[in-house]
Write a new protein. Sequence first.
Length: 91
Amino acid sequence: NRVEKARSKQQERFKQIGLVSNAEMGAKEIKNFCPVNAESQGILQMAVEKMHLSARSYHRVLKLSRTIADLEGTENINPEHIAEALQYRMR
């Protein structure tokens, strides 16, 4: 049920631009649909420095964070969404 709601939210978000899911977003869509607050940006910056994230990896973390926020039913990407997405990247 939670996944269906998140999928529906994504389809509604992207209906005007022809995308279906967060995974399909490019850099332009990420900029529009994945805004982060200062605290989240700080976490991302720290991850870039400590985990040596590439630009591609940075964007993948943002897309995953957007999906986590959708699954939680929140409109904004919060620091805990960024942290969870980064946990999945750790090796």
